[in-house]
Design a protein around this ligand. Structure first.
Ligand code: BDP
Length: 442
């Protein structure tokens, strides 16, 4: 009896896998860029500092950051330009920042191992107050401060580059007078890269270490899963990455980075921004940025007084996490492969399948509605590999798992990767419809 059942199981479970289209993936041994530990980061609104969401006692949040990190937290958003520095304030007020709020942030950075890009109000501030706040932030954050960012998306409220250059210079000069070794990222335009070249040229000897841009696919009334999944092939995202790389290289700036991004602005859309499709989208976006030698993406999230942030990697009730969503899972799968050299990969046999390598590991991202069987040529020989499958019942599902495990709100994550045989450098893995796999050989 048992033998018959076993034989039948083999016949029936074998059948669909054989019917799946075969794709072939070749990882390119050449590499132009390194994926660092801080590639997959977060961006948050500045008011979260005054609200003291970032404090070392926010235990679940600390754990959720640690699971993904150590990485880079960028503090900014529209709320940076609505937040007032209160050097004598007692703290704990969302629209203000007092020294004690920065101390809480610094303890959070220590507890999580994350570093910080610290945004300062440009739009409704004075150079003197900016410099005063910067001096405190530099002292309190110490080595955990990566750069200052002055204003959010200045192209929204400053019309021309010369006007912006003059304004930025006033603030940056005041900051550098108090913090002589201050580093900056910029210009951080919204959905544009027009000022990146000028910013690189004029600021490279004035503390600029990161050229930055913010990219969203489109406004949330345009949100759709098919458009989101196609957005990494053409349109704003790949065009911006190429432009940033050009500006970085031309000016010899060390890094370019998408310091704020997500799929659809005005907070994203439920059922698109927070589901499995968003996880697959975020993976392709990270791959596209790495391919253009970008040093990472800070996916925007948290909460905002402006609109609900459906795209947030971590979902909140007030200051407390209640779970994680699509983009968090994409970032987590990415992190499980790195750090290491980024390798492009060619895919033959399916249109909606992309692939790339980090180190000796390989990703296959299947955005189609059919399962595929991928035969992958890896970069190094191995006998076995671990396979992490990021999957959900459907592209618009929130029931996402990686290697059979969801991520609980307290960051409990117990993946059980499958073991597959590798023959020489070749292995074959099944990639379910609307799913991504990470093959780890290291
Ligand atoms: C960006 C802003 C951020 C918003 C986001 C959005 O920097 O504060 O939350 O758009 O509209 O432009 O979703």
């Amino acid at each position: 009896g048992a033998a018959v059942v076993a034989a039948l199981l083999i016949v029936f479970s074998g059948a669909p896998a054989q019917a799946a289209p075969a794709v072939s993936v070749q990882v390119d041994p050449a590499s132009k860029s390194q994926v660092g530990r801080d590639f997959a980061g977060f961006s948050y609104e500045k008011d979260r500092v005054g609200a003291r969401m970032f404090n070392a006692r926010n235990a679940d949040l600390v754990r959720l950051f640690r699971l993904l990190g150590p990485s880079l937290l960028r503090i900014g958003g529209n709320l940076v330009d609505m937040t007032t520095w209160k050097p004598d304030g007692s703290g704990g007020v969302a629209t203000e920042v007092a020294p004690s709020d920065i101390r809480e942030l610094a303890l959070f950075a220590k507890a999580t191992g994350w570093k910080v890009i610290y945004g300062i109000n440009l739009k409704t501030n004075t150079p003197e107050a900016a410099a005063d706040e910067a001096a405190v932030a530099a002292k309190v954050l110490g080595k955990d401060l990566v750069a200052f960012e002055v204003g959010n998306e200045p192209n929204v409220y400053v019309k021309t580059w010369p006007e912006y250059e003059a304004l930025f210079t006033k603030f940056a000069d005041a900051i550098r007078a108090k913090v002589p070794d201050a580093k900056f990222d910029g210009p951080g335009e919204a959905n544009k890269t027009a000022w990146a070249m000028d910013f690189g040229r004029t600021q490279k000897d004035r503390g600029a270490t990161i050229l930055s841009t913010h990219q969203y696919i489109a406004r949330n009334d345009k949100a759709s899963i098919p458009d989101m999944l196609a957005s990494n092939k053409s349109g704003r995202l790949p065009t911006a990455s190429a432009a940033m790389q050009k500006a970085r290289e031309a000016n010899g700036i060390k890094q370019w980075r998408v310091t704020e991004a997500n799929n659809y602005y005005h907070g994203g859309a439920a059922g698109v921004s927070d589901v499995q499709a968003a996880a697959l989208w975020s993976l392709d976006y990270m791959s596209g940025v790495a391919a253009q030698q970008g040093s990472g993406i800070n996916f925007h999230g948290g909460t905002s007084v402006q609109f609900p942030l459906h795209y947030s990697p971590i979902k909140y009730d007030g200051l407390n996490p209640v779970g994680v969503q699509g983009v968090y899972y994409g970032e987590l799968l990415w992190k499980l492969a790195g750090p290491g050299a980024y390798h492009a990969a060619s895919v033959t046999g399916a249109d909606e399948v992309t692939a790339w390598g980090i180190g000796n590991n390989a990703f296959v991202n299947n955005k189609s509605t059919a399962a595929v069987t991928a035969t992958i040529t890896l970069l190094a020989k191995a006998h076995h590999a671990r396979v992490y499958v990021l999957t959900a019942p459907k592209l618009d599902s929130t029931a996402i798992t990686i290697a059979g495990s969801k991520v609980e709100k307290n960051a409990k994550f117990t993946p059980r990767p499958q073991n597959v045989k590798v023959t020489g450098t070749t292995t074959t893995v099944d990639v379910p419809a609307g799913s991504a796999v990470l093959v780890v050989t290291r």
